[in-house]
Design a protein around this ligand. Sequence first.
Ligand code: ATP
Ligand code: MG
Length: 567
Amino acid sequence: MSDEVGSEEGEAFESLDFIREWVRNDNEAGTYGGRVQTRFPPEPNGFLHIGHAKSIFLNFRLAEEHGGTCFLRFDDTNPETEDISYVDAIKQDLAWLGVTPSGPDKFASDYFGQLYDWAEDLINKGLAYVDDQDAETISAQRGGFGQPGVESPNRDRPPEENLGLFRQMRDGAFDDGSMALRAKIDMQSDNMWLRDPVMYRIRRVPHHRTDSQWILYPTYDWAHGQSDAIEGVTHSVCTLEFADHRALYDWFLDQLDLPSDQPRQNEFARLNITHTVLSKRVLRTLVEEGHVDGWDDARMPTIRGLRRRGYPAAAIEAFVERIGVAKTNSVVEVELLESFVRTHHNKSALRRMAVVKPLKLTITNWPEGHVVMVDANNNPEDPDAGTRQVPFTGELWIEQDDFKLDPPPKYYRLTPGREVRLRSAFFVTATDAVVDDDGNVIEVLATYDPATEGGSSPDGRKVKSTMHWVSAPHAVDATVHSYDRLFTAEHPGSGDEDRQPLDDLNPASRETTQAKLEPALADVAPGQVVQFERLGYFAADVDDARVFHRTVGLRDEWANIQKRKKS
Ligand code: ATP
Ligand code: MG
């Protein structure tokens, strides 16, 4: 469904997705006089996740591309699950993503009065009625696909009577859930949403903005299109699960005297990512049951979680842009997202040495108290990044994994009798190890070759591995969280019918260790991402720069997946 513009030989072409094409066609036809207005309409009942980011960038960029407007509208029609704290968090996350609404934030709750008046209009036109059956009965009478709907005994109540009852509903004469206002459309429609959908229910729940002013709350369908119309939205973009609601969206708007042009809805496929759950309900359960520390846990796919993890907004946007907008649902590999994050940091992140699982290494022929400052490159990808001085002494920390008493085949790192390079410093040869009562190596003893300063040997001697290290007397302590997938399954909760996403939760998604860092890492700012040599990219926590989160590894797993697909 893409379109090529100016695709002549040698000329750059621009390819439009079907949503952009839809807007362009409207503009060419003069449908809205060239006006483009979109909105991002979150319900304030949870934090934004990367799926929302897809919708955010689509709506905001779409408006920008046409010199139009895009507003943030809180779809706050269900006070039972919503809260003002989510409103604030959503605004902050939007700002962090780098989009700016075209004006003050909008709230569906600001339109409760107008929606109510329009409901009375529909009643007067004989297009809505009060049904005093309970919710289960109404739902059962809707029937199903290929199964006829049953008309309510209240369906033909005269308008005057409906109006009186509706006003009594508003004024508190009836119990919660005892009555509903329904649109009178078609109980035999193939589209279930047109089978006399509910517009209002009674709920005595205070609202975070209108407090106890209303006990009638509009349903999503009654609020959404009308809110679009009140604001002057032209193109109302939502996700595919609302495709069947479109007929109802249009039906309501067709019946009303609108203050502006009639908006139209179009639907795109929601973002799904392997090993990831993007349902607020499941994310809330993870938080409430304590599987993660909170909505902003670095394992969460929330904007806050990704931010804590060290995912830059620019990489999230580049990813969303790359996967594009489609009309059919699909699942994107999480490795693609990670590759955007890695590419971003590879260009800019400072290289540093950190030992996340420390093991002591003592150089037995090192002159006591001697310190050598070695020169280390800050970022080979960035010619302007320069070098830094790192202190080297006879007492070092190395990774536990970098030493083995009994090495397996093809193990080229340190083992008794083997010589390796300590990056930017010296060649060392392990001579012995100290082992505790349980057989664990607690200290490695080694000798160094003073002629190898800078990490190369004057006699051309080769070593098979280069390891990172930190001088023990200079080390900075930090807590490091290393992560594995939060969900082990590629498609959490899929498989047999009863399987739930939480059944695929990885019980070992986080490993926390006490790490030793080179002194330059004492100056890292909260939120800054650096590369720990050989280990990956790590983000200093946004609240505490002595806590690090492993952002992504160094290996390009996306490239491997591509190779596997081709072969
Ligand atoms: P839930 O996760 O419980 O299904 P929701 O994500 O639909 O809820 P909303 O606050 O209504 O919650 O979402 C706001 C907007 O973001 C909607 O327009 C919705 O279509 C869009 N959106 C939500 N999830 C995704 C996703 N995974 N991909 C793209 N857009 C999404
Ligand atoms: Mg929703």
